[in-house]
Structures are given as C-alpha cells and as structure tokens.
Design a protein around this ligand. Sequence first.
Ligand SMILES: NC(=O)C1=CN([C@@H]2O[C@H](COP(=O)(O)OP(=O)(O)OC[C@H]3O[C@@H](n4cnc5c(N)ncnc54)[C@H](OP(=O)(O)O)[C@@H]3O)[C@@H](O)[C@H]2O)C=CC1
Ligand SMILES: O=C([O-])CC(=O)C(=O)O
Length: 270
Amino acid sequence: MRQRPLRIGLAGLGSIGQQVARQLDAGIDGLELTAVAAADVEKARQNLAGFRALPRIGTLADLSDTDVVVEMLPARIFADIARPTLERGATLVVASAGALLSHMDLVEVARRTGGRIIVPSGAILGLDAVRAACEAPVASITIETRKSPASLAGAPYLAQQGIDVHALRAATTIFSGTAEEAALAFPANTNVAAALALAGLGPRRTEIRVIADPAVDRNIHTITVESAVARFTCHIDIVPNPENPRSGQLTSRSIIACLRDMVSPVRIGT
Ligand SMILES: NC(=O)C1=CN([C@@H]2O[C@H](COP(=O)(O)OP(=O)(O)OC[C@H]3O[C@@H](n4cnc5c(N)ncnc54)[C@H](OP(=O)(O)O)[C@@H]3O)[C@@H](O)[C@H]2O)C=CC1
Ligand SMILES: O=C([O-])CC(=O)C(=O)O
C-alpha cells in the first residue's frame, strides 16, 4: 500500500485542465492535486478560487516534484513538459495524443528512465477492444470525425487549403488521410485518431476522415475495425466544452478515470 498520496501536477488549466482540477479538488482517495502550471498565473488563481485545498500555481518547471504530470496544453508545447517529466522518470498522462506522434522518441526516454507514458481514451471509445483485436491479424481500422464548423475553426489545414468552414451549408468531407497526417493538419481536433492509432495499427495505417457539418452540435466519432477475431463499429457523440468547442466534455472525465486507476486496487477493462 502507498504510504502517501500520489502527487498530481496539471500542465495547462484550459477547458480540460479546469475540469480535472475541480474533480481532483472534490477529493479522490490516494490522489493529491499538488501543483498546476498555467500560462497566466493570475487567471489561474481566479479559476481556482473557492478550491478546498489550493495547489501551488506556477510554470511548467514548478511541476518537477510531482509523481504524475497530466499534460493538457496546446499541442505545440507538448514536448516542453513531456520531455522533462520523462527524463526524471515520472509518469506522463497525455491529452495531446496527436502531438505525441511527432515525439515518439520519448518512448525510448521513458524506457531508459523508468518513466511511463499513459494515453487515456480521452474523447474516443473502444480502445479496449481495439487493443484486444490487435493481438490477432487486423485488416483495417478507420475513424470518421464529424464536427461543427465552430469545433474545427482555427485548424492549420483549413488556412493552408483556403477552406472557410463557416461558409459551408451542408456536411462536407474536408480531410481524408492517415492519423499521422491528421495530427499535423488538425492538431487540436484529431487526438482521437492518434489515440486509436497508438492502440492499434499505428499512425500510418489508421485512416481518418474529417467532416465539417453545420447541422451537428456534438463532436461525433465513429470507428470501424475489421479483424480476424471481430468486426465492430463504435460511435460516440460528445458535448463540446463551452470554453473551447474543439474539446468535448468526456476527456476530463477519462483523465480522472485514468488517474483513479493508478491508485485503485481493482482495474476494469483491458
Ligand atoms: N485526447 C483527447 O481525446 C483529446 C485531447 N484534447 C487535447 O488536449 C489539450 C488540452 O485541451 P483544452 O484544455 O481543451 O485546451 P485549451 O486551449 O482550452 O487549454 C490549454 C491551456 O494551456 C495553457 N497554456 C498555454 N501555454 C502554457 C504554458 N507555457 N504553461 C502552462 N499552460 C499553458 C493555455 O493558457 P492560455 O489560455 O492562457 O493560453 C490554456 O489554458 C489540447 O492539445 C487538445 O487538443 C482535446 C480533446 C480531446
Ligand atoms: O471530440 C473531442 O472532444 C476532441 C477531438 O475530437 C480530438 O481532440 O480528437
């Protein structure tokens, strides 16, 4: 049995980070919210007002004494916390799964130091069955992501291709490619494909189609797996976060469930 609670550090206090912080502050046996890193310390202080136990608030460097760092940053600065956390042999929980695809050398760092990289299911479902299916031959794994224009706006690919998603009047496929390509084209919108790729056939053999649909108000993901042992399709409609519609409200809960697993004597699912 652990003698002390697991010290949790949160990197990023945006739409997901704030929900995770609140749930940790509400109290989970065995977990202690020790520190948070924010871009704007004063804004973070306001967001944490009313917490039962105020964590330390600082920069990414201030997470260096925690056991587990939960990364919930913009993809472009993922490595700024991922690398130092793994270099000191701590556990890294990754929200920006797409960014991890460009930093797979971190797996070697973790192997060398004893650190761990944990990618929660986040906004996708079925990774348990995908992993199990991949213990046998798998023919294909695909994902379709359907989102409102507001949930896609700002993606680099849209600017590169001159696509104005707000001008669309009907559902339109705006991207087809691999999970690896999608992570660069839509760094804030296709983490689900990255997590699916890491669970299954890898970023070059996992295909994603992104549909901009002005008629939907959810982030909708459908995965289809054809394997020797099972064929399955999983579908999920996620309520977007009001503060950041690119991210849905399931991801913070997935992270909390993942953190609970680290201290629970019972584990359910693959
Ligand atoms: N795995 C999955 O299924 C999913 C993953 N995601 C991913 O999770 C990540 C977090 O998402 P979300 O919370 O919605 O994003 P937000 O943009 O809402 O939050 C990111 C936060 O990081 C803060 N930040 C920026 N720079 C720094 C820094 N140097 N140090 C500390 N904090 C910093 C930002 O502050 P400020 O606002 O002041 O700039 C912001 O508060 C994203 O990469 C997103 O794509 C999202 C949904 C699902
Ligand atoms: O649906 C969500 O909440 C977010 C999403 O697609 C992603 O980041 O891949």
